[in-house]
Ligand binder design. Sequence first.
Ligand SMILES: Cc1cc2nc3c(=O)[nH]c(=O)nc-3n(C[C@H](O)[C@H](O)[C@H](O)COP(=O)(O)OP(=O)(O)OC[C@H]3O[C@@H](n4cnc5c(N)ncnc54)[C@H](O)[C@@H]3O)c2cc1C
Length: 440
Amino acid sequence: MANPDAPTVHYDAIIIGAGIIGCSIALALARKGRRTLNVDTLPAAGYGSTSSSAAVVRTYYSTLDGTAMALEGYHDWKNWQAYLGAGEPTGLARFVETGTLVMKTAANNHLERVLKHADALSIAYEHWSPDKILARMPGYNLQCFAPAKKMDHDDFGAPTGGEIHGGVFFPAGGYVDDPQIAARNLKDAAARHGAQFRFKTRVVRIPVRDGRVTGIVCADGTEIRAPIVINVAGPHSGKVNALLEGDPGIRIGHRPLRQEVVQIKPPEQLGYSREGLIVSDNDIGVYLKPGGGGQLMLGSENPPCDPPLEEDPDDFSRDLTDRALTYAYRYSQRLPDIGVSQHPVGIADLYDATDDWLPIYDRSDIGGYYLAIGTSGNQFKNAPVAGRLMAELIDYCEAGKDHDDIPFRFPLHHVGHTLNTATFSRKRELTKESSFSVLG
Ligand SMILES: Cc1cc2nc3c(=O)[nH]c(=O)nc-3n(C[C@H](O)[C@H](O)[C@H](O)COP(=O)(O)OP(=O)(O)OC[C@H]3O[C@@H](n4cnc5c(N)ncnc54)[C@H](O)[C@@H]3O)c2cc1C
């Protein structure tokens, strides 16, 4: 119940969550002159799943719209200071451009569809032969091990015949060195436009009157009024939807799934501490990226042997398990000299994954209630674009247009492409072209 003695305050829009996407939406709305408030349970911006992000920025996705959105985001990261606007000369997250190498395998259809989208959007790439891969990554064992296995499988580590025939190198790509600082940069930029933030504040109810949201009620009983409320609660997004006094009308499923990322010391011959390279190795179901302090981070690309594990975002263990060890051992199939520690160091957190691993950026069946959820482990890179998309989508819907009937079309700034935002609809059927993995 709202506390009748607590003061009532009014905003144009309330954003539940101050992760990278919540802060980006705040900036885009504040730039349009809307009075926004982000509320977040945690003490600062980007402390939720954003802080665990590998923050890889790449331009290959399985759908054309997904690829175009990622390319747009790449340009924003590359020009981060300009994107944020004046007054942010220091304390910025840094985009480290390493390029990304994707191994061509039968399972990813030798990247045929990915390259079709790259061609359509004039994304540069190079085919790398096995020799070129070995020149860049000396000692990398190119034998095939697919299908990827768990480390306790009888045939774990046994080659399954043949060798990887090559890869595709995308020079435009890399990673953001500190995802939490990137969220803070967006928050500070939004605040310069008047956006407000309340931390250590949990939303416990989202009242609805006459089919429209009226604002939020916080755990201390404070009611905050606004005609627009946006759920950007990351892995808590399902729990936040349950606080709404109505049905948001979401057809595609989404759930918090456990993910572990393990840190290892790269063998010296890779030169990772110097220049690094992001590698997507579908044959072993592992991606790798340079981490801080010359370390290498390994994560799963969700092959069938790493089944989804749903967890409660308010009650899950942050300790690494055999999953993380398995990724390290799978990588040791490539570079047998790496020492795999039995006490791995890394991160355990949650993706808010949809059934087809594409996000939901949409309105809902309740007036004024919007969704930027289901980000499926692959939307950090798209956060700047998602902010603008949501701000424009809200304008479109609040002007009385029926987005479910005539989906909003979102022209990109840097890329000659207009997104059909029905791709991100809450009511969509499964996207058949999806990789059904974190690759989107
Ligand atoms: C291990 C891992 C690796 C990843 N790697 C990549 C990658 O390499 N590239 C990429 O593009 N993406 C990656 N992602 C995905 C990306 O990081 C996420 O999509 C993105 O950070 C989500 O941001 P967000 O703002 O939506 O959510 P979050 O950062 O989770 O923020 C949601 C916020 O909502 C708040 N909240 C929840 N419930 C309430 C409530 N009731 N009241 C108030 N506040 C509430 C939470 O406290 C939280 O701070 C990765 C994710 C993980 C977990």
